[in-house]
Design a protein around this ligand. Sequence first.
Ligand SMILES: Nc1ncnc2c1ncn2[C@@H]1O[C@H](COP(=O)(O)OP(=O)(O)OP(=O)(O)O)[C@@H](O)[C@H]1O
Ligand SMILES: [Mg+2]
Length: 313
Amino acid sequence: MTPVLELAGISKSYRTHLSFRKYWILRDLSLAVREGEVFGFIGTNGAGKTTTIKLALGLIFPDGGSIRLFGQDARRPALRSRVGFLPENPYLYDYLTGAEFLDFHARLFGVAAGERRRRVAALLERVGLRNRGDRQLRHYSKGMLQRIGLAQALINDPDLVILDEPMSGLDPIGRREVRDIILDLKARGRTVFFSTHILSDTEMICDRVGMLVRGTLKAVGTIDDLLSREVPFWEVALRAAGDGALPCGRVVSRREDRILVRVESRQDLHRLLSILNGHGATLISVTPARQSLEDLFLRESRGASPRAAQEGA
Ligand SMILES: Nc1ncnc2c1ncn2[C@@H]1O[C@H](COP(=O)(O)OP(=O)(O)OP(=O)(O)O)[C@@H](O)[C@H]1O
Ligand SMILES: [Mg+2]
């Protein structure tokens, strides 16, 4: 299937004003976003996420490599009518109300008046601003501005939605709402590509993630692919009378008849589970200590070479 967005061998540099040196922001970046998936693009501050998004949208151009949207050269302006975009720091018109702001953007896409009214009302509802549509944006809180920005990104009913840090500035309820909106877009068959450094949000909603470390894509795959490489140990919670002496595993804690045991191999885990009954113990839970996305991220970041490999001009 043709990817919705495809970056192939992208590099991007900037020059400093004084030394004319080239600073490489992205190096040989290749990734493909598949139709209907939610793709999380994660990276620390300055990793190059926004730069990648601006390249994908044709707002800036790469030094090398190619970018395709819906299988076509991304430089074709007509393709952008199928893309919705929430910028990192959206510029919003302070004196427009929320509803006027959305209506303005719908006009830019040439949406007819009746349909505009319908979409504006539906989107205000969808982002939790139903009763705030008649307030000027200068009176909106940071979270409300982020929501109206998100509504703006959806006004053209896009096939591909690109969101630069959509959860930033939102409280836990707002973050959950944005997660629900993203999942709803996926349920409607849309493709979502979003950048973030809030890893927990990614684990919950992404089909795949790409991990950008100082301009280089370090890992890409499903969360399970990235995290199931190693399970270092399992924690087994038991309820056992008596001293609860067990032939394998290490007792981590014991409170009344509840025992938490750590086992470090799959064989030991099976052995432990098979002898529980004979020891008068009952199983409460088995928890694989999967490394978190955060662990992987920290490990990949640590291993990275210093950025800004420079070239004299
Ligand atoms: N117009 C520019 N001129 C020079 N350097 C730039 C320019 N835009 C971005 N950079 C540099 O490129 C690097 C990547 O920036 P980018 O904004 O893409 O990072 P990011 O991953 O989006 O970070 P954040 O999480 O802070 O938003 C940074 O070091 C930044 O200083
Ligand atoms: Mg950014």
